[in-house]
Design a protein. Structure first.
Length: 395
């Protein structure tokens, strides 16, 4: 339990050991942030993952008798925040559960909500707690349809649900107690892997947030922003449009090393232009990291050996994941090797068409092993995409 401002407390759970969040590799753990606003009336803002609800109840009990909690607010129905509700509504049967109508529907499909006292609120509606009030701001599809912010205007404090969050476990609760480079790395990874498909909706959320006075952003994961709000809001403005840097991202899988040779020659060519170059083998790097590097690259070069007339399976996995995350503003090039039958490059192009990527030229395809000439072609392709990254990338 930590007081974050004038009888407003963090009462959540620090999950130091989680390493997999529905497929997202969470190397730095996470937190499930719940908050308690103590006023004439007391409100609990969000819960935690179901297995950690006892910790939440213990934290609340250190501040007040649980029978005195008048409201439980559910900003988001995803189980990492709503899972604790089942137990919370048992130990706080007096509490009204405040959420929007879409959230009530989602909760009803996840849990047995019989006996829960729902209080449905609309966008912009406020509930007074006495000296302070809670105002509810709908933020649909940032992350789920029912996603909502809760704003305490008297404290200029925004409970922002998943937005501005990070999968980052720490002993201190605030941004100014952390290594900011690490926090921003995790915030970028979180955006790329969770929020990226909803960039347009999040851009609208940023507009809504700009219209209110905010001194503290308290998300549902990771640290609370009280010092460097400009850093995270500025970063979100870039991320919602996947603003490209002067950066080439080369993603590849290889069977007997031929596609890897092409990838290395492309990287050398790109680097010779002065563009930043990142090379990721999809078998040596997790899809979480592939997505994180994709968010701000200008050009992606994607290569795979052909295996059984199609992509290598790890490349298919990475591209399926990327397609779902829908990075925008990307240009791409395709390369790969094959033996007696092609297939990989053609299939990569299908993914790129789905992602609405502009593709530079025809795929660079090599039978069996690239000779000097083919490696020179790969280098030349690298130069071409490096120059393209310099042309369209910022910074
Ligand atoms: Fe942290 Fe969309 O849940």
């Amino acid at each position: 339990m930590v007081e974050i401002k004038n009888q407003i407390y963090w009462v959540g759970y620090v999950d130091w050991s989680v390493r997999d969040f529905h497929g997202y590799k969470t190397e730095s753990g996470s937190t499930y942030n719940s908050y308690l606003v103590k006023d004439n009336d007391i409100a609990l803002i969000d819960t935690v993952k179901a297995p950690y609800v006892a910790e939440l109840i213990k934290n609340v009990s250190e501040i007040t008798d649980v029978s005195k909690v008048r409201y439980v607010v559910c900003n988001h129905a995803e189980p990492d925040h709503s899972g604790g509700l089942v137990e919370i509504m048992k130990v706080m049967p007096q509490a009204e559960l405040i959420c929007n109508s879409k959230c009530r529907d989602a909760l009803s499909r996840h849990y047995n909500v019989e006996g829960w006292k729902f209080r449905i609120v609309s966008d912009g509606e406020s509930v007074s707690l006495g000296r302070r009030s809670l105002t509810f701001i709908d933020t649909p599809m940032a992350h789920w349809p029912e996603s909502m912010f809760t704003y305490v205007k008297e404290e200029k404090l925004l409970f922002s649900m998943d937005a501005f969050g990070q999968h980052y476990a720490s002993a201190g609760r605030f941004d100014d107690q952390q290594d900011m480079a690490k926090v921003m790395t995790e915030a970028r990874k979180y955006y790329a892997n969770i929020i990226m498909p909803y960039g347009r909706n999040v851009a609208r959320v940023l507009e809504k947030a700009a219209a209110i006075d905010i001194e503290i952003i308290a998300p549902s994961h990771g640290v609370i922003w009280r010092k460097d709000l400009a850093a995270i809001i500025g970063a979100y403005k870039d991320w919602v449009v996947c603003r490209p840097l002067k950066k080439v991202l080369i993603i590849y899988d290889t069977m007997w090393g031929s596609t890897e040779k092409l990838a290395r020659a492309i990287a050398e060519g790109s680097a010779s232009t002065g563009a930043e170059v990142r090379v990721l083998s999809v078998r040596a790097n997790h899809i979480t990291d592939v997505a994180t590097e994709a968010i701000d690259c200008a050009v992606m070069a994607i290569g795979s050996a052909t295996l059984n007339m199609t992509l290598m399976p790890e490349m298919a996995s990475a591209l399926t994941y990327l397609k779902g995350l829908r990075p925008v503003n990307k240009t791409a090039a395709v390369f790969g090797s094959y033996g007696w039958g092609k297939g990989a490059c053609k299939d990569i192009l299908i993914y790129l068409a789905d992602m609405k990527c502009a593709v530079i030229g025809d795929p660079l395809e090599v039978q069996y092993v690239p000779d000097k000439e083919k490696l020179a072609e790969a280098y030349a392709l690298g130069v071409k995409i490096g120059r393209k990254a310099l042309e369209i990338g910022s910074k």
